[in-house]
Design a protein around this ligand. Structure first.
Ligand code: 3PG
Length: 204
């Protein structure tokens, strides 16, 4: 299972209320986005991953914002199928590789991408995508490092996703636009499903 190959968009979600985790995951799956990145930015994130892993078998749930060795362990124990990090320190990379889970480390420079290639990693998150150079950066890096596949995240929206997805070195994109805070607050899962369906249609 490679999370990069299952859908054109990976929803990046911030869960404040754990009771929203399962209905939120069901809505994303129903809309056609089975890969879900739950960011470890809230106290209930691990609990949310655990519930989604247990109750939504069609979802491929992973942990995002993984920054430390301890978070790698916690995320794996909660049932994460993959790990995403905003950056790529040597300690974190070694812990993530040791976890046996799919790992998407974040890069924003050519040298970071080259360091990961030295570790045998060829799939990376490009973060923060819009702020770090966006589509022109990925076009440029595709010349010297054509073997890297990216998931650009950070400032990517429905309107800009197609420009990224058209690049040969982009596998999928990530973003938070699919799960607006107000929809989660009001329990508007129909809206989340509709946003997911719109994103899932971006590429067959
Ligand atoms: C991430 O952690 O990948 C970003 O916070 C997502 O960025 P976005 O909110 O601009 O989509």
């Amino acid at each position: 299972m490679n999370p990069l190959d299952l859908a054109p968009v990976i929803p990046v979600v911030v869960i404040d209320d754990v009771s929203t985790a399962v209905p939120l995951a069901r809505a994303l799956v129903a809309g056609g986005l089975p890969v879900i990145e739950v960011t470890l930015r809230t106290p209930v994130a691990l609990d949310a991953i655990e519930r989604i892993a247990a109750e939504v078998p069609q979802a491929v749930v992973g942990a995002g914002t993984v920054r430390t060795r301890a978070e790698v362990t916690d995320a794996r124990n909660a049932g994460s199928r993959f790990l995403v990090s905003p950056g790529c320190t040597p300690r974190l990379v070694s812990a993530a590789l040791g976890s046996g889970l799919a790992f998407l480390p974040g890069v924003a420079t050519v040298s970071e991408a080259m360091s990961l290639l030295e570790e045998g990693i060829t799939e990376m998150k490009f973060f923060p995508a819009e702020a770090a150079g966006g589509v022109p950066f990925l076009k440029s890096i595709g010349g010297p490092l054509p073997q890297v596949r990216f998931c650009p995240t950070g400032g990517v929206r429905l309107a800009t996703a197609p420009d990224y997805l058209a690049l040969p070195n982009v596998a999928c994109v990530g973003g938070t636009w699919l799960t607006p805070a107000e929809a989660l607050k009001t329990g508007d899962y129909a809206r989340i499903e509709a946003l997911a369906a719109e994103a899932a249609a971006l590429r067959p």
